[in-house]
Design a protein. Structure first.
Length: 276
């Protein structure tokens, strides 16, 4: 019996001394659809909760408030209230601050544990100042998720071609581009309605396309460049059903796209100079 009592005492001591720490980060949404960043850092021991909240994180009016409350193990919920301002970057008088009372509980979505619930805000005179909802996620997991998303965004940005401003070339016009790669990738198609426009396309006086009828489907051309100046010449050999002869050309150099539109009369030409 004495041994049993000692064991009970040890269990009680371990239970009474144990505490749980919760760090959650997310959004507080007021009923007028205004959203603000919101953080809770809580310590719970035997159902009693202490900690702080952080509102408008990193903003000019960032505010840290003391939190007290209760944790109910039976339904895994919190009743929390802001009791006083610890610090604020806001210049507003303290009697205009809104202190919030929260009812939050753990919910699982997409195998991730969230802390969600409603809040009611009151001024120091107990009059109501706001109400709405709070959605929070474990800070460590949320930051990890944000980091992963940012990594994907960076990868997409890295792989995305940089689009230059579209150039329109008319009879006798020319356009010069400084080139990096040894090859050029070039697409040709009808810029508007497919109306029977035909062109010659020459690179360094070599016919790459001869009597070619441009269509809505892109024609891909790959050509090895020489050192120095390379000349691409587009010549209109008719004007189709809807003059002038209009073609869309796109040049790709590594990650850079150069979109070009030619608008040519019969027998006229435009030139693109590629400097390698």
């Amino acid at each position: 019996m004495r041994l049993f009592n000692i064991l009970l005492l040890l269990i009680y001591c371990n239970t009474s001394n144990s505490q749980n720490i919760y760090n959650y980060l997310g959004t507080i949404i007021v009923d007028n659809n205004q959203a603000m960043s919101f953080k809770l850092e809580l310590t719970e021991k035997n159902g009693l909760v202490n900690g702080y909240s952080l509102t408008n994180i990193g903003q000019a009016d960032e505010t840290k408030s003391e939190i007290t409350g209760l944790y109910f193990k039976s339904d895994k919920s919190f009743q929390l209230q802001e009791t006083q301002i610890i610090y604020t970057n806001s210049e507003a008088p303290l009697n205009t601050f809104c202190y919030i009372n929260m009812n939050l509980s753990f919910k699982s979505k997409f195998n991730k544990k969230h802390l969600e619930g409603n809040f009611r805000g009151n001024f120091l005179d107990s009059s109501e100042c706001a109400n709405g909802t709070i959605i929070l996620m474990e800070e460590k997991k949320l930051k990890k998720k944000i980091k992963k998303i940012q990594k994907k965004i960076n990868e997409v940005s890295k792989d995305t071609n940089l689009l230059q401003q579209t150039r329109v070339l008319k009879d006798g016009d020319d356009f010069t581009i400084n080139w990096k790669k040894n090859n050029i990738i070039l697409f040709v198609w009808d810029a508007n309605q497919q109306d029977g426009d035909k062109i010659h396309l020459k690179i360094n006086n070599d016919f790459v396309l001869h009597d070619f009828a441009t269509k809505n489907k892109k024609k891909k051309i790959k050509y090895k460049l020489k050192k120095g100046t390379n000349i691409i010449e587009i010549i209109a050999i008719n004007e189709g059903k809807s003059p002038p002869n209009t073609s869309r050309i796109e040049l790709i150099d590594k990650k850079i796209k150069y979109p070009i539109i030619t608008q040519l009369e019969l027998g006229k030409s435009a030139i693109i100079k590629i400097i390698k």
